[in-house]
Design a binder for this molecule. Sequence first.
Ligand code: NAD
Length: 370
Amino acid sequence: MAANKKLLILAGDGIGPEVMREVGRLIDWFAKRRAVGFDVSQGLVGGCAYDKEGVPLTDATMAAAMAADAVLLGAVGGPKWDNLPFEKKPERGLLRLRKDMELFANLRPAIVFGPLADASTLKRELVEGLDMLIVRELTGGVYFGSPRGIETLPDGTRRGINTQVYTTPEIDRVARVAFDLARLRGKRVCSVEKANVMESGLLWREEVQKLHDASYSDIDLSHMYADNCAMQLVRQPKQFDVIVTDNLFGDLLSDCAAMLTGSLGMLPSASLGAADATGRRRALYEPVHGSAPDIAGKDLANPLATILSFAMMLRYSFDLGEDATLVEKAVAAALDRGYRTGDIMTPGATRVSTTGMGDAVLKELDRLAA
Ligand code: NAD
């Protein structure tokens, strides 16, 4: 068995270690049943790192993250650390990881499993079977552009300034990620901006089209204004396969798409960096939810968002698409059999603990692999 896939696990705070424990059981299952081996190491991030090491992320853990093929993170934060100075806060550990690993592409899938379709605020027929992916540019745009600030004008009034700015390499690299991912899925990309009113949006549209024509003509590319995209997401979300958009619009649209699924405990995510000469990309996989201090330590948390993040890791970092699909099928089957943690509980279903949901997924993996 090749154990050359270097995986760093940072379980973090609150429910982080609980949901990550279930991923640990999946890793053992893959080693035993599929001969898929990982060279796993563990580290501290967030409040637990502050408690033990005085900072939310040590240089040594950062170096381990840089050397890993993939990092899998649970969640950070909690009331215990709320009053720490800004640079010591648990979230700073996560921000440093994202910054130093130069993770410029944030991937947020919105998948609706049939048995959970009624958890959405939209009608079942609009969301059932939904499987789309938003690729958001994460390190550029208006959140980082300069000039920025608040200034007082000579007449005493004040002016707030932020600058939306994108360069062609920034657009090109995130669009490449979207096109590459579309090749692994439905081969459709919708690029979203406001080219009608923003020059940066016009540049975005032109560059994405140019890249498509040069290197990705096998992908079906469309363009959409961001306001229309927000409407289309709640009107007919299943029209989308991959959406690629900038930092600001991606922030809004990915939360909107998340709500189509109706459930925080089910949402995985990935953040990718540039590919090196060997094609390896730095990558961080994590559930969208936080550390849920209100249910931490009680074996109540839904581990599926983290398990689905693990599946994304198999597919996008290790090219193990078949194994990723196996995990996703096992999750779907466990839900089909009526197993639910409290957050996704429905009348008539069987309520299970964090461990109980892990058991259910492992049982389905056994069945699928038999
Ligand atoms: P949260 O996502 O932790 O919790 C929101 C609500 O959803 C809570 O009621 C919680 O019990 C529930 N919930 C979340 N995940 C769940 C799961 N897997 N299973 C069942 N229920 C789940 O958000 P919050 O309460 O705003 O923040 C709590 C702490 O987490 C804060 O310290 C915040 O800064 C931090 N946080 C961290 C991250 C991260 O690590 N990426 C993200 C968001 C918030």
